[in-house]
Design a protein around this ligand. Structure first.
Ligand SMILES: [Zn+2]
Length: 235
């Protein structure tokens, strides 16, 4: 009898903490649903769009990649872009890029080099893109240019919270033609500065084949082809 009482007592003591109906928060891209009372997790985080649509991150820092694209003046003539991530700063700070309580800057710099005769005769056209690894639709629908701040603005969701005042500044430079060993070389440098929630790892930049006609599509995954895109994630 004593033994039964003891077992009962023990089971009551240990049972107390689960004597509630779990109240789950919604899952987000960073966390599964979590009980707000006991922190019990249920299920999985939301699936990122990049895995849903089989989109590959196929660029690393310091390597050079070749992408077939078309010339500016004649879209039937092909050329090769040599594309390289020349700089990636995960926590970028200077006088114009200050860290805030909730926000930080990330900078990535891409260099494109063209050195074949087709480009010398017909020029190069550059098609870059920026997107959000987790939620492409939210990025596209919120992305707009703010003339007062001279930058793009967009929204990202991080741990279930919509951050509506994310920013993007893009600087594009093209260097004069260089002549090296009787080869003409043209370089383009693209700098992307993202202002995003601290720790957010979903921004993606890339280059795609300029021959793709995207005018009838809303989202790049509708015409995505891993052979025709080079993508880098600022994780
Ligand atoms: Zn619970």
């Amino acid at each position: 009898m004593k033994k039964i009482l003891l077992v009962l007592l023990v089971s009551i003591l240990f049972g107390c903490s689960s004597l509630h109906e779990h109240k789950y928060s919604k899952a987000n891209y960073q966390q599964p649903a979590i009980c707000t009372i006991c922190q019990k997790e249920s299920g999985f985080p939301l699936q990122p769009d990049f895995s849903k649509y089989n989109i590959y991150l196929n660029m690393d820092i310091g390597k050079t990649y070749q992408l077939t694209t078309v010339c500016k003046d004649d879209k039937t003539i092909y050329t090769i872009a040599n594309v390289e991530i020349v700089e990636y700063i995960n926590d970028y700070q200077d006088d114009n890029h200050k860290k805030d309580i909730d926000f930080q800057w990330k900078r990535v710099v891409l260099k494109l080099t063209f050195d074949d005769n087709n480009v010398v005769e017909n020029g190069a056209s550059i098609n870059y893109l920026t997107t959000n690894y987790y939620n492409i639709g939210q990025y596209v629908s919120s992305y707009n240019y703010n003339h007062d701040n001279s930058c793009y603005e967009f929204t990202v969701n991080y741990y279930g919270i919509d951050y509506t005042n994310c920013r993007l500044k893009i600087y594009a430079f093209d260097n004069d033609w260089k002549n090296e060993n009787d080869e003409y070389i043209k370089e383009y440098v693209l700098t992307f500065d993202f202002y995003i929630p601290i720790g957010f790892d979903g921004m993606v930049v890339g280059i795609r084949n300029a021959a793709i006609d995207a005018s009838n599509f809303s989202y790049f995954y509708e015409y995505y082809d891993s052979e025709q895109f080079l993508l880098f994630r600022l994780d």
